[in-house]
Structures are given as C-alpha cells and as structure tokens.
Design a protein around this ligand. Structure first.
Ligand SMILES: CCCCC/C=C\C/C=C\CCCCCCCC(=O)SCCNC(=O)CCNC(=O)[C@H](O)C(C)(C)COP(=O)(O)OP(=O)(O)OC[C@H]1O[C@@H](n2cnc3c(N)ncnc32)[C@H](O)[C@@H]1OP(=O)(O)O
Ligand SMILES: CCCCCCCCCCCCCCCCCC(=O)OC[C@@H](O)COP(=O)(O)O
Length: 377
C-alpha cells in the first residue's frame, strides 16, 4: 500500500472531509433559507440560484468518488443518444442494488452538467436528513410516503410544478421502490408469480404507479426515458465508508434513450410496458454477469475539475478559521470551553455517522419485506 493510500485511510483526513461537508452544507442551507423571499419576487431566479447552491453540496460527494477514491465510471450508450444527454429533460429509470447507486448517478449528472438540477422521487424519510434532505426542499425534489392513496395527489402536484423549470433536469426513479435484499427479492417474486409475470433474477418487481404518474405528468416537459443499468466490476459492492477510505472501484453504466412518446398513456398498458422493461433490464444484467460488460459502444464522458475546485474552495474557506479556533482553544486553557468543544465534535461525528447510515442497505427500511396476501389475479 502506497503512502498516499495510507493517508487516505487516516481518521484525520475523514474528519477534515466531513468537517468541510458539514459546515459548508449548513452554510448553504442557511443561504437557501435566505432565498425564500426571492421565490415570491422572481421564482425562476430563485430556482437558478438554488441549483448552484445544490451543486456546491452534491458535487462534494462526487469529488469524493471521482478525485478522492479515484473511482472510474464507464458509460455504455449509443453515440446518437449521447449527443442529447444534458441537453433535454429526462426521466431516468435505474436499478436499485447498490449503496452507491445514487452517487454514481450524481457523477454522470455532473459530467453532463445537470447535477444541481437533478431530481428524484425520494422516500419522505430522506427529507429529514440534515444538509442533503433540507437542501432538497429548495431543489423541488419530489417526496413520497410509499402509500399510493396519499402519494397519488402530492406526487402529481410536485411533478406539475416542474413544467416551467428553468434548467435541464434528470428525474430519477427507482421503480423497485427499495434496495435489493434476498428477502425482498423472494417476496417480490411471489408477487410476480401471483400476477403471472416472469421472474426477475437481478431486480425486484417494479412498482408501476410512480412510473405511470411521472410519465403522465412530465409529458411535454421531459423528452425521453433513460433506461439505466448500473454494475460494479468484479462483483464489488462499495459503500460510502469505502469511498471515504479512498478505495477505488470501477462502475459500468448502460443507458438506453427511449422517447417518451413510445410509452403508453393508459395506466395498465404503461404498467405492462414497465414490467417488460425490467425483463429486458434483467437480461442486460445477465449479459454483464456472463461477459463482464454491457451491450453497446462505450462513450465515457471524462470527469471534470469543477467538483474538485468546489471542494478546494470550501476547504480553504473553512479550514483556516478552524485552525485559528483550535489554536485559541488550546492557548485559552479553559476547561469549560474545551469540554464544550469536545461535546460539539462528538455530536457532529455522531450526526455524520447517522447520515452515512442512511446509505447503508442493512439499515434500510422494511418496505417490501412483508409478506403480502396474494389475491391478485
Ligand atoms: C443516468 C444516471 C442517473 C442519473 C441520476 C439522476 C438524478 C439523481 C438525483 C438524485 C439522487 C439522489 C438519490 C436519492 C435516492 C432516494 C431514492 C428513494 O427514496 S427510492 C424510494 C422512493 N421511491 C419509490 O418508491 C419509487 C417507486 N415506487 C412507486 O412508484 C410506488 O408506486 C409509489 C408511488 C411510491 C406508491 O407506493 P406504494 O407502496 O403505495 O406502491 P404501490 O401502490 O405501487 O404498491 C402496491 C402494488 O405493488 C404490488 N406489490 C405488493 N408488494 C410488492 C412487492 N413486494 N414487490 C412488488 N410489488 C408489490 C401490489 O400487488 C400492488 O400492485 P398493483 O399496482 O398491480 O395494484
Ligand atoms: C464529501 C463526502 C462527505 C461524506 C460525509 C457524509 C455524508 C453523508 C451524506 C448522506 C446522504 C444521503 C442522501 C442520499 C441517500 C440515498 C440512499 C438511498 O438510496 O435511499 C434508499 C431508498 O432509495 C430506499 O430506501 P430503503 O427502502 O432501501 O431503505
């Protein structure tokens, strides 16, 4: 192991990265709150400002993946489709198997210039996560409770608000609704069987209602669905902790562009279309398992320097006052101040651990884990 690699695994480095993320994130949350009056005066300007503020936060995590861990991301797609990425609004359908799938998604958003404006249909619980969750309110992220009776109205309304969004965006949908575990897979395949649908090997059975409501409400706003399949080389399943430790991975992403007009408007037909899509996605994963690659040509966009520059900017801004504060703290010799600082640091460290825990599959929700009465035809 080289010296640089040893350095990356040091707790002090993680402390610095987390400190910069935490403090800059909270500053950005405060600035976002300050943009509230602007929403009344000039909504489009407020949105554009928030896109850039959001970028300052999300791109720090992208920088950790691309520059700190050095993870490589390869894109398999048709060159004609590649020309359009980042230049139109799109609905992205991605498999949900990895703790880092959202971060790989963000990386591609960054490379195509839509990171600040990227959106997702996210579970409501994520809106309470400090910094990221709070930031998402201002980025008009669509939250759902995963209870269709409650979601059908709120999700449709939030999607309608995106009609006049001033920047190109990608709207991410994890149609599986939860991350893959063997138990959730087993239960969802029982549901598939009860519905007379073919079994999937690499995916959970997709939930079709969110997809239908998204497509219907973004017709005229989004031009296409990007059917995306992610995998990591050598069967690896990286975690956010691995990335903080500077471990390098190689992600492969396969994207097919499907014009939105190709998707049926009728709810039942749209559901059938999505089930067929997931059967195709399953065959792409099988191809990957057999051959170690996805079908189609490779056209990988290079990583860009902006996430690193953004991180360096915040690091310079925030590490200097921290150094001054620590020097003063030590020279003051006040036990009370020292104890108060230690308590504050411990609370912050606990907070970061909790946030990282949100990305871990073994701390995931029980959604899709419960046996359902199988009375569907
Ligand atoms: C190109 C690179 C990528 C670019 C990336 C772009 C942008 C990045 C932006 C941000 C990144 C941040 C990422 C953050 C990640 C956060 C993601 C999440 O939070 S995922 C969880 C929330 N999202 C979803 O759940 C979406 C999918 N769900 C739905 O669509 C649901 O329908 C719903 C709208 C949420 C409603 O939920 P509900 O539970 O009420 O679902 P249903 O009504 O659909 O369920 C009943 C239905 O399902 C059948 N059923 C029952 N059990 C199961 C089971 N175990 N598996 C499958 N199906 C099941 C049941 O029979 C009913 O069937 P039917 O519909 O026929 O009646
Ligand atoms: C620069 C790097 C600094 C690192 C410091 C720590 C930062 C921690 C940030 C945490 C950000 C969390 C936001 C995104 C989390 C996405 C997790 C996810 O994918 O959600 C899962 C849901 O889809 C389904 O949930 P389950 O039903 O599987 O349960």
């Amino acid at each position: 192991m080289g010296l640089w690699q040893v350095l990356k695994s040091q707790f002090l480095c993680h402390l610095i990265i987390c400190y910069v993320f935490l403090v800059s994130g909270l500053i950005i949350n405060v600035v976002q709150i300050c943009t509230l009056p602007l929403w009344l005066l000039n909504k489009q300007l407020a949105r554009r400002i928030n896109v850039r503020l959001g970028y300052c936060v999300s791109s720090q995590m992208v920088a950790a993946l691309e520059w700190w861990s050095g993870t490589e991301c390869t894109l398999y797609t048709e060159p004609e489709s590649y020309q359009l990425y980042g230049k139109e609004n799109a609905i992205v359908v991605l498999n949900h198997r990895f703790e880092l799938d959202f971060l790989c998604g963000w990386t591609f958003c960054e490379r195509f210039g839509v990171l600040g404006s990227s959106k997702v249909l996210a579970k409501k619980e994520l809106s309470y996560v400090p910094i990221i969750g709070w930031m998402w309110y201002f980025l008009e992220i669509v939250f759902c409770k995963r209870k269709w009776e409650e979601d059908r109205r709120t999700v449709a309304e939030s999607l309608q608000n995106l009609h006049d969004y001033p920047e190109n965006f990608w709207f991410l949908l994890f149609c599986e609704g939860t991350r893959f575990t063997p138990k959730k897979h087993q239960i969802s395949m029982q549901v598939a069987e009860s519905k007379g649908l073919p079994k999937l090997k690499y995916h959970l059975l997709p939930r079709t209602k969110g997809f239908w409501v998204t497509v219907q409400n973004l017709r005229g706003t989004a031009a296409a669905v990007y059917d995306s399949s992610l995998n990591f080389r050598n069967n690896q399943t990286p975690t956010l902790r691995d990335i903080l430790n500077g471990k390098k991975y190689h992600a492969d992403l396969y994207v097919r562009r499907i014009p939105l007009e190709a998707i049926p408007e009728d709810e039942a037909e749209c559901a059938a279309w999505l089930h067929k899509l997931y059967q195709e996605k399953d065959s792409f994963q099988e191809h990957y398992t057999q051959t170690g690659r996805f079908p189609g040509p490779i056209v990988t966009p290079p990583r860009r320097p902006w996430p690193l520059i953004n991180w360096l900017f915040w690091a310079c801004l925030l590490l200097y006052p921290l150094g001054l504060f620590l020097a003063q703290l030590i020279s003051s010799g006040s036990t009370l101040t020292i104890v108060a600082s230690v308590v504050l640091c411990s609370a912050a460290s606990f907070g970061v651990r909790w946030m990282i825990g949100q990305t871990e599959i073994n701390r995931g929700s029980s959604y899709g884990n419960k046996e359902v009465p199988l009375n569907n035809n």
